[in-house]
Structure formats: structure tokens, C-alpha cells
Design a protein around this ligand. Structure first.
Ligand SMILES: Cc1cc2nc3c(=O)[nH]c(=O)nc-3n(C[C@H](O)[C@H](O)[C@H](O)COP(=O)(O)OP(=O)(O)OC[C@H]3O[C@@H](n4cnc5c(N)ncnc54)[C@H](O)[C@@H]3O)c2cc1C
Length: 399
């Protein structure tokens, strides 16, 4: 960045905020990272990092996560509604074929430490309550604190987002978001300890659940469902979670295990509704922008990558001296190119994954054909951007 470095205020020190802070500080920007909590802090999540999320962690200098903190996985284990069981290895072509699960309490602290090490100033216990923009900059109003002036603000405050609302972006409609719950278990002895396990239990559809292994014999167990379907069903997610844990496939995995703490839930916005992300002197990143895979609920990789895209766009705005939405427009071009097709494909695939017989056919086809398995692992890893005719033919024709 040129000598007159901009002052970038980042609201929220989750994966999006810490990633943006690290890349911006490395470019020489003055960065203030505002976080309402104190680290280490928890974040309700499945704790699963896709192969691409691991690649982003490497780019941020966090490649070597110790085994005491992260459980490495190299396959996906799934059971369809009709009981078709698959275990598919993550191929090396997907960022080396590795994924992991790491408690967010640990991951987010590592990420924020990295941002501070890169030169960002972290202010903890600061809740941003609103922003005001004028020709000369941004003013952030903080509860119990002095207002902060900056040249640009990055809204990385998750869902729901104070910055998003202050910028006038619309809320996510019910059908463009989900709710998910998770609980931690200890003393777990999983049948596939190096797999991320996904379960589509017929009586719980369209909800689906997961078990992700964690170090020290622990696991993250959870369940999610689209918000409008949940409201229409009249069901409560914590009750569905109890049914999920009692279902035979899941109960077998959790035999002898003990639940730790409470079942906790949170909202997930869908990437298929992500379109309001660039404003004069402001960008929205991560969940605040809606960057979550509608099918799998994964958002960490998008949060991390949107941090890199935002840093590049801010550098361009600095070079042109233009902090308007136009000057920051490179952000939109970057994320649209990388995320948009996948978000829309996964939103469409969601419908197929809600239909038990169709899901059984997909899994049977994958069991028969290495080519279909290859596409299915791309879908479950969040890397698919299209579905081939061969895949469709194998599912529809059953051969
Ligand atoms: C149950 C569940 C399971 C999930 N499982 C997975 C998974 O396995 N893998 C995956 O990739 N994704 C998963 N996700 C999605 C993932 O959690 C999010 O996509 C990810 O956390 C987004 O990161 P972020 O940095 O945008 O926001 P967040 O992680 O939400 O971070 C936002 C930060 O902003 C802070 N903040 C909020 N408001 C303010 C304010 N006003 N002032 C200051 N600070 C503020 C918060 O305290 C927080 O630290 C799951 C989500 C849920 C709910």
C-alpha cells in the first residue's frame, strides 16, 4: 500500500474478520479489529474445516495445527435415508485431500493471534452499535467506548449483522437461511474416526445431521434445517436433535459417550441470497454477507477467503484513491467469480437432498461408480460448480 495507508476498522473477529485483518496488516494498512467478546470465546459451529478452509489457513500461516487441537480427516462417511452407507476418501486433487475438525474456541483464537502478530490492533469487549458515513470517512459508535473514525469499515460481525443493518442491506428471507444446533460429546468411540460423518435420517428430513471427530475422544454432533421448513413444521430443533441422537445409526456411534454442556443453535444465511456486499466505504464479509454453502452449511472457508478478497479490493481502492462502492468493486468481481456458481448449484441440490428416494439413488449410484463418487465428494466438500450428464444419467437410469 502507498505511504498514506488507510485506517480500516473491522467489526467482528471471527474467521472473516481475522483473515481480512491479517492480509490487510501484511499489506501495511492500519487495522483496528473490534470484537464484542474476549478470547478465547466460543462460536456455535460444527467445527468442520473443508479442504479449501485448510488451504486458506495455510495461506494465513496456520498450516500446522497440532493434533491436540485439530482432528485431521481424510474421508467422508455418509448414510442415506434408506441405509446406503458410503465412505469416500477425499481425493488429493482437493487441496491435498485433507480436512479437519477443530473447536471454534481454539481456531478463532489462533486466527486472531495471527492477525495481531501481523500488526492489527485488537480491541476486545467492544460492541459496535452503529455506523455513520460522510464524505470524509466512517464513524463507528461503540457501546461503552469512544467512537472510532476510519476510512473503510469491514462488516465481519456474523449473522445477524449490526453493520449489515446499518448499511441498509435487507435481512435474509426465511427460505434463504437455516438454523442449526450442535452439542459436544466426550468419551466417543467413532466407527470412522478419520471421517466427517453425515446422516440423512428419513424421519428427520429435510433436516440432516453430522458427527465430526475432535481430538481427545470428543465429537461435535449437530443438526440443521432450512428456516422456513422448520417454521412450517412447528418442530423445535433441540427436540429434533434428541431424536437424531436416539436414531439407531447415531446412537451406535455415541454409545458410551457423554454430552458436554448444552445444545446450542444459531442462524446460517445462504449464499444464494448474497448480493448486498459493497457500499461506499464499506464491505460485508463472511456470514454478514451471507457466504454459507446452502447444502452443507459450511461457511468458514468463505469467511476466510472473503477476507483475502476484501484486502485485495481495499488495496485497489487505496491505489485509485476511491473508497466509493465503485472503487471497492473488485471485491464483488472476486467473490462472484469464486463463490456464485457454487452457491446457486448447492441451493438447487438442496431440493434433491430433501427427497429420500432420490438421495438413496444418488448414494447407490455413487456406490457403483467411481466417477459418481468423485462428483459426490466434490459436492460434499463444497467444491462442485456443476453436475455432469453422466452423474444425472447414473442416478436417473440406475446404472
Ligand atoms: C450449528 C452450526 C454449525 C456449523 N458448522 C459449520 C462447519 O462445520 N463448517 C463450516 O465451515 N461452517 C459451519 N457453520 C457456519 C460457520 O459457523 C460460519 O459460516 C462462520 O462462523 C462465519 O464466520 P464469520 O467470521 O463470518 O462470522 P462469526 O464466526 O459469526 O464471527 C463474527 C464475530 O463478530 C463478533 N460480533 C458480532 N457482532 C458484533 C458487534 N456488534 N460488535 C463487535 N463484534 C461483534 C462476534 O462475537 C464474532 O466473534 C456452522 C454454523 C452453525 C450455526
Amino acid at each position: 500500500m502507498p505511504p498514506s495507508s488507510p485506517h480500516v476498522a473491522i467489526v467482528g473477529a471471527g474467521p472473516a474478520g481475522s483473515s481480512a485483518a491479517t492480509f490487510l496488516a501484511q499489506q501495511g494498512a492500519r487495522v483496528t479489529l473490534l470484537e464484542r467478546n474476549h478470547f478465547p470465546r466460543d462460536k456455535t459451529c460444527g467445527d468442520g474445516c473443508t479442504p479449501r478452509a485448510l488451504w486458506m489457513l495455510e495461506r494465513l500461516g496456520l498450516g500446522a495445527l497440532p493434533g491436540t487441537e485439530a482432528a485431521m480427516v481424510d474421508s467422508v462417511y455418509t448414510i442415506s435415508p434408506g441405509g446406503v452407507v458410503l465412505e469416500i476418501g477425499i481425493p488429493a486433487r482437493l487441496f491435498g485431500g485433507k480436512a479437519c475438525a477443530i473447536p471454534r474456541q481454539v481456531l478463532d483464537e489462533r486466527l486472531v493471534q495471527r492477525a495481531v502478530q501481523a500488526g492489527a490492533e485488537l480491541r476486545e469487549g467492544v460492541r459496535v452499535e452503529g455506523i455513520e458515513r460522510d464524505a470524509s470517512g466512517i464513524l463507528l459508535r461503540c457501546r461503552d467506548g469512544e467512537p472510532l473514525r476510519a476510512d473503510v469499515v469491514l462488516g465481519c460481525d456474523g449473522s445477524p449483522s449490526v453493520v449489515r443493518r446499518a448499511l441498509g442491506a435487507p435481512d435474509f428471507p426465511e427460505h434463504e437461511g437455516a438454523f442449526a444446533v450442535r452439542a459436544y460429546y466426550e468419551n466417543v468411540q467413532l466407527s470412522h474416526p478419520r471421517s466427517m460423518a453425515f446422516f440423512w435420517e428419513e424421519e428427520l428430513l429435510p433436516a440432516y445431521g453430522w458427527i465430526f471427530p475432535l481430538p481427545g475422544g470428543r465429537a461435535n454432533v449437530g443438526l440443521g434445517m432450512r428456516a422456513d421448513q422448520l417454521a412450517a413444521s412447528g418442530a423445535k430443533l433441540p427436540e429434533l436433535m434428541e431424536k437424531f441422537c436416539a436414531s439407531p445409526n447415531v446412537a451406535r456411534e455415541l454409545a458410551g459417550a457423554r454430552r458436554l454442556g448444552k445444545v446450542k443453535g444459531h442462524h446460517l444465511p445462504f449464499g444464494s441470497f448474497a448480493r448486498h456486499t459493497i457500499f461506499d466505504r464499506a464491505l460485508l464479509l463472511g456470514d454478514a454477507a451471507g457466504f454459507v454453502n446452502p447444502l452443507t452449511g459450511e461457511g468458514i472457508e468463505f469467511a476466510l477467503e472473503s477476507g483475502a478478497f476484501a484486502a485485495e479490493a481495499v488495496a485497489e481502492a487505496v491505489a485509485s484513491g476511491d473508497f466509493s462502492a465503485r472503487g471497492l468493486g473488485g471485491y464483488g468481481r472476486r467473490w462472484e467469480t469464486r463463490f456464485r456458481t457454487a452457491f446457486h448449484l448447492n441451493r438447487r441440490l438442496m431440493r434433491a437432498f430433501e427427497r429420500p428416494r432420490l438421495l438413496d439413488r444418488i448414494f447407490r449410484a455413487a456406490d457403483r461408480s467411481a466417477r459418481v463418487r468423485d462428483e459426490l465428494i466434490d459436492i460434499l466438500s463444497g467444491e462442485a460448480t456443476s453436475i455432469s450428464w453422466r452423474f444425472l444419467a447414473a442416478v436417473v437410469l440406475g446404472r
